[in-house]
Design a protein around this ligand. Sequence first.
Ligand code: SIN
Length: 275
Amino acid sequence: MSSDQISVTPCTPQIGAEIGNVDLTKPLSEGQIRQIHEAFLKHGVIFFRDQDIDFEQHTRFASYFGHVHIHVGGAGTASKPVDGYPAIRRQHYDKDSARISGEVWHSDQSCAEVPPTGSILIQKIVPPDGGGDTLFASAYAAYDALSPQMKAFLEPLSAEHDGAKLFDKGTTTQYPKATHPVIVTHPESGRKLLYVNAGFTTRIVDLERDESDAVLGFLYAHLAKPDWQMRFRWQANSIAFWDNRCTQHYAIWDYWPNTRSGYRIQFEGVARPVR
Ligand code: SIN
């Protein structure tokens, strides 16, 4: 293996891969960046182990893949920006936490007109007895498994995504709201995927309310099937880097009163989701 050849070990056939033979505390070569980007596109979420990166190194790694993004969630979110690094959110949960971020199936900030392209999350402290895993699901595989009739029914529909559904915990903040197609084409892979999520999607705008509730209920249950999901077990200095355009995730809060503490960076989306 040449020195800039990374290793890619798939987690499941549908989603996820562990990346090895790379040190993210050091600047990466063009070849390493290209291989990581290819693995990210192919597997939807990629993982790195034993990467003791600081805020500068975290920012540098994200900047290889796009512009870093300032979170739109406002006062109601459970994560907080890091002093001096407004694009890095501290996601720290312990015995005093009333809630955590992401304890529902969602793609990050789909309530934005142009949602973030991806997220890079590192854990620095993990619970001593396990727990705090993150589930990831492939919205490509969920779409592929639908019948041709269901695909044709969903194809012309659009859905509203409202930040208040996930973020509003009694604050007065105005949250973003956006309408996106229910079936989206990924801008880089050209593959179609299901683009509704239980965290942000409130209704299918083309349907009556009870019809919308029934269809969304079916789609959320379909997206949550284990057939196209995986579960990532964190260690200290593990990193998950997900493609927010074609995956959903769910953070499990089964570790209270223990502590799980990490930092997340997102990078800006470049275009609205389209059919
Ligand atoms: C998130 O939704 O970004 C949080 C994911 C996690 O903490 O595992």
